[in-house]
Design a protein around this ligand. Structure first.
Ligand code: FPP
Length: 225
């Protein structure tokens, strides 16, 4: 059983297109899948789940699509009361600076309200980019006045958004794409990957179960033999 699963929730747009629907309808369906998969991960005792909701590059999308994703996020954050009884701890990773003030406030509220939960820790990546995260970590380290020879891997890890969270041991990308897309690039050094042609809105608990079964048969050597 992996300890930390990271998911790239890809294929929402194609799912909608196949049905003659606007791309935003794909994101609505994708948000539903996200909620049910997060609940399932908590139920099976997973410790950490990280989902890619919005990347630093996603601002390039048409304004109405960006707004649709932000509105879904807003709805989810307002609705997160639902998660309260489920003992899920919610955290956000990414650069919050350009986000709307009400979203930033809701993110903080969600983190505070769930901070003592002991079940799944759910990281939601919003305006997240792996390279941006590393640049910001380096800036913090330089600002702190650390000497060059004191910089090591642990120090860099400690200055990432994910500090304190174990690296993902398993990364899942549905929808037939075989790329990391700037996701957790530092943290994924030794992650196992799993790909599938299923589009994210169609991704089910069964697919996750299958992925986890595959993971349990992998032989992880971490550079050793
Ligand atoms: C990638 O599919 C998906 C996104 C960029 C957005 C993901 C957002 C959600 C699942 C909903 C909001 C999340 C929360 C946490 C409430 P794509 O649009 O690139 O699909 P395509 O490759 O088929 O075009």
């Amino acid at each position: 059983m992996p300890q930390h699963i990271a998911i790239i929730m890809d294929g929402n747009g194609r799912w909608a297109k196949k049905r003659g629907l606007p791309r935003s309808a794909g994101h609505v369906a994708g948000a539903k899948t996200f909620k049910s998969i997060a609940r399932y991960c908590n139920k099976i005792g997973l410790k950490y789940l990280t989902v890619y909701a919005f990347s630093t590059e996603n601002w390039k999308r048409p304004e109405d699509e960006v707004n649709a994703i932000m509105n879904l996020l807003r709805d989810y954050l307002k609705d997160a009361e639902n998660f309260k009884d489920e003992n899920i701890r919610v955290r956000f990773i990414g650069d919050r600076t350009p986000l709307a003030e009400d979203i930033k406030a809701l993110m903080e509220k969600n983190e505070n309200d769930s901070k003592n939960a002991t079940g799944l820790t759910l990281y939601i990546a919003i305006n997240y980019g792996g390279r941006d995260e590393i640049v910001k970590a380096v800036q913090k380290i330089v600002d702190s006045g650390v000497k060059a020879e004191e910089i090591n891997e642990q120090l860099i890890s400690n200055n990432l958004y994910t500090h304190g969270c174990p690296d993902p041991d398993f990364i899942i990308r549905p929808s037939g794409e075989y790329r990391l897309s700037n996701y957790l690039i530092w943290q994924s050094a030794y992650s196992e990957f799993w790909y599938s042609d299923v589009l994210w809105p169609d991704f089910t608990e069964k697919d996750l179960e299958k992925a986890i079964n595959d993971f349990s048969n992998r032989n992880r050597r971490f550079g050793g033999i």
